[in-house]
Design a protein. Structure first.
Length: 220
């Protein structure tokens, strides 16, 4: 039986597609698909065959991966490669080139990424004034190992953002219903000020993570 490429999450339908990249690879992603289009392409009875889920979740696991977790669709992508015993001297040489004197720490970091992907780890920053030192190659190497999971995370962030917007609007309506007009205006201003401060904090953290040299300069 041909595998069904569609899923229903809540009341929305999605199709699993393989999007081509300029590098010649294919990234498996979820694309929003209308129920009417599915009905036109496959018939009304086809809808009952589509797997149903209560929502999205993200449970990374490289050893015992499950696509469905307690009724939720796991957007983390299973790895397309199985580890086998063999010679890895070239990879070890490359990791040693990237981490230098922190070679052992680099091996521990990579092992934790694979065996314990939900463990909180330090932000890894590869910094060099020289070009062609292997920074971009290292990222491509990681992508070959962990596949296209960054594409699945985008779906999760979009859904979480939608839920947050809906909850915020409902909360604002409830607050305004018990406040007079002047109080509601002041409350809106207070919320907007808080959001502005949060955006500034997030941007500062991003800059520090992406450019640790700036952080040292600020401390001076």
């Amino acid at each position: 039986m041909k595998e069904i490429p569609y899923i229903r999450v809540g009341t929305s339908y999605y199709k699993t597609v393989k999007a081509p990249t300029i590098a010649g690879h294919f990234n498996e992603i979820l694309v929003s698909w209308s129920i009417e289009t599915i009905r036109q392409d496959h018939g009304k009875s086809y809808l009952s065959k589509i797997p149903k889920h209560d929502g999205f979740t993200c449970i990374p696991n490289h050893i015992d991966f499950k696509q469905e977790y307690k009724g939720f669709y796991n957007i983390y992508s299973p790895l397309g490669k199985e580890p086998i015993e063999g010679e890895i001297s070239l990879s070890l040489k490359f990791v040693k080139h990237i981490f230098g004197k922190h070679f052992e720490l680099g091996l521990d970091y990579l092992q934790l990424l694979y065996l314990k992907p939900i463990q909180i780890l330090p932000i890894l920053c590869l910094v060099s004034k020289e070009r062609s030192t292997g920074k971009s190659t290292f990222l491509k190497w990681l992508k070959e190992i962990f596949d296209n999971n960054e594409e699945r995370l985008k779906i999760l962030s979009q859904e979480v953002h939608k839920q947050f917007i809906s909850m915020r609007e409902q909360f604002m309506q409830e607050i305004k219903s018990v406040l007079d007009q002047d109080q509601a205006v002041r409350f809106d201003a207070m919320i907007e000020k808080y959001r502005s401060q949060r955006r500034e904090q997030i941007e500062r953290r991003k800059n520090r993570s992406n450019n640790p040299q700036n952080e040292k300069g600020e401390r001076k």
